[in-house]
Write a protein that binds this ligand. Structure first.
Ligand SMILES: Nc1ncnc2c1ncn2[C@@H]1O[C@H](COP(=O)(O)OP(=O)(O)OP(=O)(O)O)[C@@H](O)[C@H]1O
Ligand SMILES: [Mg+2]
Length: 255
């Protein structure tokens, strides 16, 4: 199988010599094309740091991260914005929609910045909107649509550039359980029907149970991982709870 992402012995330290925090302590793993991975772990275990290093928002202290064959740890500062725009899609916790733009304009933003032809932008936005069931609301503003529609708009925006990788940090963190379920179903559609490769950070077992593989972090290291395999989501949910119990009370304190 071909990997899309390879994390190669990365370490991340914060602080200075007299006060060092080791946020990531030698993590390695590979992500195959089309995977949906959840990264779990207690508060402070290094989840966000890991995601930020992958997304080039933060830099590693040691090790390498390859997206396809490109070593993202070596990308020059002035090329980072472009690299992210062309390769990564982000689903933010608060969705980060711009209130003064229509849903259509919000989704189209990355294409507009890349100066794609207007007709192509329109047809791609409408295609994506159709798949995520927001076609009828494209010309409304964010304040005129429901929470679930906003979420799907944010997902469409993350997907519009056909990114190699979708990254999400606690995407359900601010949502009630029904909205969380809606978002997770949409992310599942993105993965299964649109072929998106997704890396999602969460400390919530229900959220993680939508993924196909789950990595558990503890003190900046990979503690263990489990695969969905042939199990149902409910069975996987049970397994996740088992691992959380093994990890100790840590995870339940995370909120
Ligand atoms: N900018 C920073 N400066 C110093 N220390 C940091 C910084 N960011 C994170 N840390 C430390 O690195 C460790 C990992 O933090 P990280 O944010 O990755 O945890 P997390 O698993 O995302 O936690 P949470 O579930 O609370 O979001 C923690 O000990 C944290 O205090
Ligand atoms: Mg975090």
């Amino acid at each position: 199988m071909t990997h899309i992402l390879k994390i190669d012995h990365i370490e991340k330290y914060y602080g200075n010599k007299s006060n060092v925090t080791k946020a990531i302590d030698d993590i390695s793993f590979e992500v195959q094309n089309g995977e949906f991975i959840a990264i779990m772990g207690a508060s402070g275990s290094g989840k966000t740091t890991l995601l930020n290093c992958i997304s080039t928002i933060d830099t590693v202290s040691a090790g390498h991260i390859f997206l396809h064959d490109k070593d993202v740890t070596e990308i020059r500062e002035n090329e980072l914005a472009r690299f992210r725009r062309e390769n990564l899609g982000f689903v933010f916790q608060d969705f980060n929609l711009l209130d003064t733009l229509t849903i259509r304009e919000n989704i189209a933003m990355a294409l507009t910045i890349n100066k794609a032809p207007v007709q192509e932008i329109d047809s791609r936005v409408e295609q994506m909107a159709k798949k995520l069931d927001i076609l009828p609301i494209l010309d409304k503003f964010p304040y005129q649509v429901s929470g679930g529609q906003k979420q799907r708009c944010a997902c469409a925006r993350a997907m519009i550039n056909k990114p190699k990788l979708i990254l999400a940090d606690e995407p359900t963190g601010a949502l009630d359980s029904r909205s969380a379920q809606l978002l997770l179903t949409t992310m599942q559609t993105m993965n299964q029907e649109l072929g998106a490769t997704i890396l999602m950070v969460t400390h919530d077992a229900f959220t993680a149970s939508y993924a196909k593989r789950i990595l558990f972090l503890k003190d900046g290291q990979i503690f263990t991982e489990i695969q969905r395999g042939e199990q149902s989501r409910k069975q996987l949910f049970g397994k996740i709870l088992d691992v959380m119990a093994l990890l100790g009370g840590d995870l339940s304190d995370a909120r």
